[in-house]
Design a protein around this ligand. Structure first.
Ligand code: IPM
Ligand code: MG
Length: 382
C-alpha cells in the first residue's frame, strides 16, 4: 500500500506543477485572431468517426456551395483532415496523432464531426485534447425555442474543471479511485469575461452563474468568486447564482425557464446541462457548439459519434442539423455573415416552418443525405 501512496503523491506533485505552469501561461494570453483581416482562411474539416463522416460530408457539400466564390478566389481553402478516427488514435495511442494535430494547427478554424470517446482506459478524448491543444476555452452553445420565447446561450468553461486531469486520476486496485478537478483564476476569468462580453454585446440583461459551490467548496467556490469579480465590471447586467441541481430543474419548468438568457458554468456541469437544453430544443442532433480560443476556433455538434446507430446499421439516418448549426456558427465567427444568415434562414424553414423532409435518426424518416438535399435546395431559393 505504501508503494501506491508514494506513487500517487509523486504523481500529484507533477500534476500540481504542470497545472501551476498552465495557469501562468494563461496569464499571458495570445492575441485574438481577426478573421476578417486574414488574407486567406483555411477551414479544416475533421470527419471523425461513427456518424461523423456521414454528417460532415453534408456540411462539406454545403460549405462548398455557400463559399463557392471565396474558394474560387482563394480567400478560403477547405482542407479535409483525415486520421482523427478511433482506429488511428488507438493504433498511435494518442488522443490526436501528431501528424493530425499538425494538420489541424495549420488551419485557422476547424469544423469537427464527432469522434468516439472511450469509457475508462487511458486514451484521452479527442475533443478534450483538441480543446486543450488549441486552448479553446469558451464552449458556447445556443439553444432556442422560439414558440416558447426561449433564447439561451451557455458559456461552458472548456479547458479545465473536471476534464483537465480526467485521464490522470489515481487508482489503488480493489480499494479506491481518485480524480482531480482544477479551477484556476486565469481560466475562470477568461470564460467569465467571454460570457459577460457576449451579454453586453448582444443586449442580454441576465447572466446566471451555475456551480455546486456548496459542495465543491474550493474549485466551484473559486469559480463563483471570480465570476462575481468579473461581473462588477458589467454593472448593467443582472447576475444570479444557482446551483446546478436546481438549475437542471429550472430548465424543465415552463413557468420560469424563458427568463434565463446567458449561463456561465464549469466544464462538467456545462456538458450535462447543454444536453438537457438541446433536448428541450428538439434533441442533441439539433444543437451546434462553438469552441473558441484566442488564436483558433473549432465548431462541432454537441453530441457524440453515436456508435449505436452504426451498430444498428442506421448511420445513414443520422440527423445532420447539429453539423449545419455548427457550420452556421463557424461562418458567423469567421466573418461570412451573409452566408451564415442564409443558412440560418434555410434551417428555420427546413426544421421549423415548412418541414417537408423530416429526419429523426429513425429508419421510417428521411436519411441524412435526403435532408441535406432539401436544405441545399432551400438555400438556393433564398
Ligand atoms: C460534448 C461531448 C464531449 C464532452 C465528449 C464527446 C468528450 O459530450 O462536447 O459535450 O464531454 O465534452
Ligand atoms: Mg456533452
Amino acid at each position: 500500500m505504501n508503494g501506491y501512496i508514494d506513487n500517487a503523491v509523486n504523481q500529484f506533485r507533477t500534476l500540481l506543477t504542470e497545472q501551476i505552469e498552465r495557469q501562468q501561461r494563461m496569464e499571458n494570453a495570445d492575441a485574438t485572431t481577426d478573421y476578417t483581416k486574414l488574407p486567406k482562411i483555411v477551414i479544416g474539416i475533421c470527419k471523425g468517426d461513427g456518424i461523423g463522416p456521414i454528417i460532415s460530408a453534408e456540411s462539406d457539400r454545403l460549405l462548398r456551395f455557400l463559399l463557392e466564390d471565396e474558394i474560387e478566389s482563394g480567400r478560403v481553402e477547405l482542407k479535409i483532415i483525415e486520421g482523427l478516427t478511433i482506429e488511428n488514435r488507438i493504433a498511435k495511442n494518442k488522443a490526436i496523432p501528431d501528424d493530425v494535430l499538425n494538420e489541424i494547427k495549420s488551419c485557422n478554424v476547424i469544423l469537427k464531426a464527432p469522434t468516439t470517446t472511450l469509457k475508462g482506459g487511458t486514451l484521452e478524448s479527442a475533443n478534450v485534447a483538441m480543446r486543450r491543444e488549441l486552448d479553446l476555452y469558451a464552449n458556447v452553445r445556443p439553444v432556442c425555442v422560439p414558440s416558447e420565447n426561449i433564447d439561451w446561450t451557455f458559456f461552458r468553461e472548456n479547458t479545465e474543471g473536471e476534464y483537465v486531469l480526467g485521464s490522470k486520476g489515481v487508482e489503488i486496485p480493489n480499494t479506491l479511485a481518485f480524480d482531480f478537478k482544477v479551477t484556476t483564476n486565469a481560466g475562470t476569468r477568461r470564460i467569465a469575461r467571454a460570457a459577460f462580453e457576449f451579454a453586453k454585446n448582444n443586449g442580454k440583461k441576465n447572466v446566471a452563474i451555475v456551480t455546486k459551490a456548496n459542495i465543491m467548496k474550493k474549485t466551484d467556490g473559486k469559480f463563483s468568486e471570480i465570476c462575481h469579480e468579473v461581473a462588477k465590471e458589467y454593472p448593467d447586467i443582472n447576475v444570479e447564482e444557482w446551483y446546478i441541481d436546481i438549475m437542471t430543474a429550472n430548465l424543465v419548468n415552463p413557468a420560469i425557464r424563458n427568463q434565463f438568457e446567458v449561463f456561465l458554468m464549469p466544464n462538467l456541469y456545462g456538458d450535462i446541462i447543454t444536453d438537457e437544453a438541446a433536448q428541450i430544443q428538439g434533441g442533441v442532433g439539433t444543437a451546434g457548439s462553438a469552441n473558441i480560443g484566442d488564436k483558433y476556433a473549432m465548431f462541432e455538434p454537441i453530441h457524440g459519434s453515436a456508435p449505436r446507430m452504426i451498430e444498428q446499421g442506421i448511420g445513414e439516418y443520422a440527423n445532420p442539423t447539429s453539423m449545419f448549426k455548427a457550420t452556421e456558427m463557424m461562418l458567423n465567427h469567421i466573418g461570412f455573415k451573409k452566408q451564415a444568415e442564409l443558412l440560418n434562414r434555410a434551417l428555420k424553414i427546413c426544421t421549423e416552418t415548412e418541414k417537408k423532409v423530416v429526419v429523426t435518426g429513425e429508419k421510417d424518416k428521411a436519411t441524412c443525405k435526403e435532408f441535406a438535399d432539401y436544405l441545399l435546395e432551400t438555400v438556393k431559393t433564398l
